[in-house]
Design a protein around this ligand. Structure first.
Ligand SMILES: [Cu+2]
Length: 316
């Protein structure tokens, strides 16, 4: 079964029902109209009927009532089920678990009430979860979309939007960005891992960033890179994405365009890397675009930046 065919949130069934009713009635109407069109085109074609054979009917009240009242009833049915589904999806429950979401070009990050930060959203099943979502000022509008939950909500710079769901089945579900947001929009992906309440609580109260102990823990520097969405634009492999690859980035010669628009050669030492994180538009590596990367000044702590650079040094 393709993941997400069966809805797994508490309101997915309402959305699916509205969807089937709207499409079902629309298809029915389409066949009625097209059917009548083909029957009349055949019956009254030039070969089969002359104009004088046909009575000149100016008005036929019963059919005028029928084609006004029946579609109106259909519209009201669609409206009713659509509204019910929308209400279920848009009524944010009280006393829910809250997770802060940040969507930026081009990654998602999640922050829990105890300060834990992850790039995958770990959640308990059978629990109301409210997401408080935003994007950094200067970024663009994104859209938090979990197909399996039938949920979709804009994520707007400088504004908090909310969405909620209650997951009713264990599993792993895709998060996508549903608002075109630039070069790496199609790769702005993450996952929701729905776990039992016990497992979630244990993880929530632990120091671990990943709930499965079996997995080898990432080095601190890599955790910081993931949490801040760095690797959605800078590959850990020797691949050119929106930004240069991280592989072998330390201590090599780089041709950059400096602030006076001159092409100069620099050595990517510690100071250079730090500058590239805090003032990304000061020097632009030749062949890349300016004003794509946001500054991480006051976003990533000094310690974390050092951990990142230590990690990059090892990535030969
Ligand atoms: Cu996006």
């Amino acid at each position: 079964m393709i993941e997400g065919i069966n809805g797994v949130s508490s309101y997915a069934a309402d959305i699916d029902r509205a969807n089937i009713i709207v499409h079902g009635l629309s298809l029915f109407m389409l066949f009625v109209v097209l059917g009548a069109m083909f029957i009349f085109a055949y019956k009254y074609s030039e070969k089969r009927a002359r104009p004088e054979d046909t009575k000149n009917i100016k008005h036929y009240l019963p059919i005028e009532f029928a084609w006004t009242i029946i579609p109106t009833i259909f519209m009201m049915i669609m409206f009713y089920y659509g509204l019910e589904a929308l209400k279920a999806q848009r009524t944010i429950p009280e006393n829910a678990m809250i997770v802060k979401v940040e969507g930026k070009k081009w990654s998602w990050s999640f922050e829990y009430s105890n300060g834990k930060k992850t790039d995958i959203l770990y959640l308990p099943v059978h629990t109301d979860v409210v997401l408080e979502m935003t994007a950094p000022i200067g970024d663009v509008t994104h859209n938090f979309y979990v197909p399996a939950f039938r949920n979709k909500e804009d994520v707007v710079p400088g504004k908090i939007t909310k969405t909620w769901f209650n997951i009713n089945r264990l599993g792993t579900y895709d998060i996508e960005c549903a608002e075109y947001c630039g070069t790496r929009h199609a790769y702005m992906l993450s996952k929701i891992v729905a776990m039992s309440k016990n497992k979630f609580d244990k993880w929530f109260n632990s120091d671990s960033l990943e709930p499965t102990r079996k997995v080898k823990l990432d080095p601190k520097g890599l955790v910081v890179l993931k949490q801040n969405g760095c690797i959605s634009c800078h590959s850990l492999e020797p691949i050119k994405l929106v930004g240069p690859s991280f592989k072998g980035i330390y201590n090599r010669e780089v041709k950059v365009i400096d602030s006076n628009k001159n092409l100069v050669t620099m050595i990517s030492d510690e100071a250079y890397l730090k500058d590239a994180i805090l003032k990304p538009n000061k020097e632009i590596v030749d062949g890349y675009m300016a004003n794509v990367m946001p500054s991480y000044e006051n976003v990533i702590s000094e310690d974390d930046i050092n951990e990142m650079i230590n990690y990059l040094k090892e990535l030969k």
